[in-house]
Design a protein around this ligand. Structure first.
Ligand SMILES: CC(C)(COP(=O)(O)OP(=O)(O)OC[C@H]1O[C@@H](n2cnc3c(N)ncnc32)[C@H](O)[C@@H]1OP(=O)(O)O)[C@@H](O)C(=O)NCCC(=O)NCCS
Length: 427
């Protein structure tokens, strides 16, 4: 591990301190080789004072237990009919898992408590069919869970609900996690599943706004597994009801949980309520991050190389685009001296790959245009080797010639040998 990884995490610590993360751990993840790594990662989160609630499923273990006892379960995940024998299997499997969780957390010095915070009533008769011991979550005892969190404990919530009259019901863990995260107004609901979420045309879709997720469900209902649709729908509901972020990650992969939380792009799929979006002037402390961000584009000769020193000296000319306080885009505006008309150059336009095609580049261009207008600039220039079509098609620039550059800028242009195309826009 690099020491700089720790520095990277540092900027999240204040933001997440004392926030509640509800982890909904799939039964297959609990049965996987990565189970103990996951517990270690939970320990890391606790060490940063993040409050963790652990909800878990048990369908894989119910299936295994049924095979062991030569029984046929009526349902595995609490979505169908739960007969009496299956309820007994679920209670047995859930208790074994809870024990394993307590044991594993104990190994990592974490204190955890198995809870009875879910009040449930029978799912009842659906389409004329009695669902028997399948339950619906009626209430979450948020006060009880909050008091455990206040004491630095990790509440464990099994997929079982209690009716207060001596009856237990099998409830679906996704539903429980949703209700718990809403009741606690969690900062994050993280589905630690066996998939990274939605892969659109082979490419992982990193982030959905609530509206985009709804649209996605509508357009792709036929092509995605029902379990994923359910997670997305639950995610949309959670975000509408006060949960900030819902993540779907592959918990069988080592470090997935930490990578999702502590990196800009994450490794899974995220549904977010209102994201914090902003263009702001760059500060001196951003110079390193901007240089890191544009490094690949510089190597690909899309952008001019810049040194840290020159970046810091001219930091007042740069702006950054932030999502949730992470810099994911940048642009500069440099007034060019030595022309009778007020001319400025739009420079260093860049949007991180994971955030491309969401209109951020266009927003940055518009922003610069507006700033230039406010500063009395009459003509905006842009030099580009590979994005000239972008400037003309998306930014309303026109193709110009190097003669349009003021003498000093022209000298640099000629010296560089890059032969960038010169674009201009009269304001
Ligand atoms: C060019 C860049 C800023 C676009 O950012 P973005 O946020 O993805 O752009 P937007 O979302 O506003 O626009 C996306 C559209 O532009 C098109 N586009 C992206 N890069 C393009 C390019 N180099 N040439 C032509 N069109 C391009 C996309 O295909 C998409 O088209 P569509 O709307 O018809 O589907 C980004 O790709 C980037 O940082 N590139 C590397 C650095 C660079 O070349 N900068 C410009 C030199 S100063």
């Amino acid at each position: 591990m690099k020491a700089t990884d720790l520095r990277g995490i540092l900027r999240y610590t204040a933001r997440f301190r004392d926030r509640v993360f509800v982890l909904n751990v799939d039964s297959a993840v609990l049965a996987s080789d990565n189970f103990h790594n996951l517990l270690l990662d939970i320990s890391v989160l606790r060490s940063l004072n993040i409050r963790i609630v652990l909800v878990h499923g048990c369908s894989v273990q119910v299936k295994a237990l049924a095979e062991e006892l030569k029984l046929t379960p009526s349902d595995l995940d609490g979505m169908g009919i739960t007969d009496h024998a299956t309820l007994r299997l679920a209670i047995l499997a859930a208790n074994r898992l809870a024990h394993e969780l307590l044991e594993g957390l104990s190994d990592t010095d974490q204190r955890a408590v198995l809870t009875n915070a879910i009040t449930a009533h029978p799912a009842g008769i659906l389409n004329g069919v009695d669902q028997q011991f399948t339950g619906q979550v009626e209430r979450v005892d948020a006060k009880f869970l909050q008091s455990l969190l206040d004491q630095g404990l990790i509440p464990i919530i099994s997929p079982l609900g209690f009716d207060g009259n001596g009856q237990t019901y099998r409830v679906n863990s996704d539903g429980v996690a949703l209700e718990v995260s809403e009741a606690l107004q969690a900062n994050k609901l993280i589905h630690v599943s066996t998939s990274n979420g939605i892969r659109d045309a082979g490419r992982l879709t990193a982030q959905f706004s609530v509206e985009a997720a709804e649209e996605y469900i509508r357009d792709h209902r036929a092509n995605i597994p029902a379990a994923m649709i359910s997670k997305l729908k639950h995610g949309v509901r959670a975000c509408r009801n006060g949960v900030q972020r819902v993540h779907i990650i592959d918990g069988t992969k080592d470090e997935a949980l930490l990578s999702e939380i502590f990196s800009n792009e994450g490794v899974g799929t995220m549904i977010h309520a209102n994201e914090y979006l902003a263009i702001r002037p760059a500060l001196k402390k951003d110079a390193g991050m901007i240089l890191k961000l544009i490094r690949e584009s510089v190597e690909a000769q899309q952008l001019l190389p810049r040194t840290r020193r020159s970046m810091e000296e001219r930091i007042g000319d740069y702006y950054v685009f932030e999502i949730d306080r992470n810099i994911i885009g940048t642009v500069g505006l440099k007034v060019l001296e030595g022309t009778p008309d007020a001319v400025a150059e739009l420079e260093c336009l860049f949007v991180a790959e994971h955030h491309e095609n969401r209109g951020i580049g266009a927003k940055l261009m518009l922003f610069i245009e507006e700033r230039a207008r406010q500063n009395g600039i009459r003509r905006l220039l842009a030099l580009s080797t590979q994005a000239f079509n972008y400037f003309t098609h998306k930014g309303g620039f026109k193709e110009g010639t190097p003669d349009m550059l003021p003498a000093a800028r022209r000298a640099i242009y000629d010296k560089s040998g890059r032969r960038s195309r010169v674009l201009y826009k009269d304001l």
